[in-house]
Design a binder for this molecule. Structure first.
Ligand SMILES: CC(C)(COP(=O)(O)OP(=O)(O)OC[C@H]1O[C@@H](n2cnc3c(N)ncnc32)[C@H](O)[C@@H]1OP(=O)(O)O)[C@@H](O)C(=O)NCCC(=O)NCCS
Length: 200
């Protein structure tokens, strides 16, 4: 296989999609766009202090968010956002791809849900959506990274079929210099043909 980046156009064109979730929560899901910089900045401003560790980037800085939105490269990072009717971002889930090298068949997935909109199925819906995108792109595996304290996230991913791949004790460090266990979860993706039972 030489082409690990089949065109994303068809996938992008399949959005926006509307979802009706628990407690009457209606959202529109679509890829992040250049004009979303303010909404995305607001979304990350609301991240509780104790959860900043879970985000690897300086998302508190407007210029970081502006840079992401300005230089969108869906083939490297494909971010889906869930928006309410007023254009607020309530959740974000990204498929990260290497495109080259020994991990080119493995995508990495990250997800974050606004603290006021949790337990309504947003993470589940977005992760499933990104799993579908990864399958369409022909990726073989998906992985997700956690610190051991992210119990809720571990549960969500386990429910969606991810299993523990590795644990590195006291491997990562938070802003206060405290070390935490690092966990890697993963899933082997089956194609739609395999699902249908006609695969070789
Ligand atoms: C983890 C996180 C993504 C979950 O988002 P969410 O939208 O609340 O999750 P969902 O509503 O889709 O939950 C799906 C299922 O996971 C389980 N779950 C989710 N949150 C849970 C909680 N607080 N306690 C127990 N189970 C929980 C439940 O089984 C839930 O289904 P149910 O509500 O029908 O019981 C969200 O809490 C978050 O953004 N946390 C901080 C960032 C993070 O940890 N990201 C993951 C790193 S990749």
């Amino acid at each position: 296989m030489t082409d690990f980046f089949p065109p994303l156009d068809g996938i992008v064109d399949s959005y926006p999609k509307d979802f009706s979730l628990k407690e009457g929560l209606d959202v529109t899901v679509r890829p992040l766009e250049i004009g979303d910089n303010r909404a995305l900045f607001q979304f990350f401003q609301a991240v509780p202090e104790n959860e900043r560790l879970f985000i690897k980037h300086k998302v508190q800085e407007q210029q970081v968010i502006d840079g992401w939105c300005k230089h969108l490269d869906y083939e490297k990072n494909f971010p889906l956002v869930a928006m309410d009717a007023d254009g607020h971002i309530l959740a974000s889930c990204t498929l990260h791809q290497n495109g080259f090298g020994w991990k080119r068949h493995i995508g990495r997935i990250s997800v974050f849900v606004h603290a006021d909109f949790r337990r309504r199925g947003l993470a589940q819906a977005l992760v499933q959506e990104i799993m579908g995108v990864a399958r369409q792109l022909g990726l073989e595996k998906l992985e997700a990274e956690f610190v051991a304290e992210q119990k809720r996230a571990l549960r969500v991913f386990a429910l969606l079929g991810f299993s523990d791949l590795a644990t590195f004790p006291k491997y990562v460090m938070d802003m206060q210099g405290k070390h935490h266990d690092y966990l890697l979860m993963g899933i082997h993706l089956t194609t739609d043909i395999e699902y249908a039972g006609v695969g070789g």
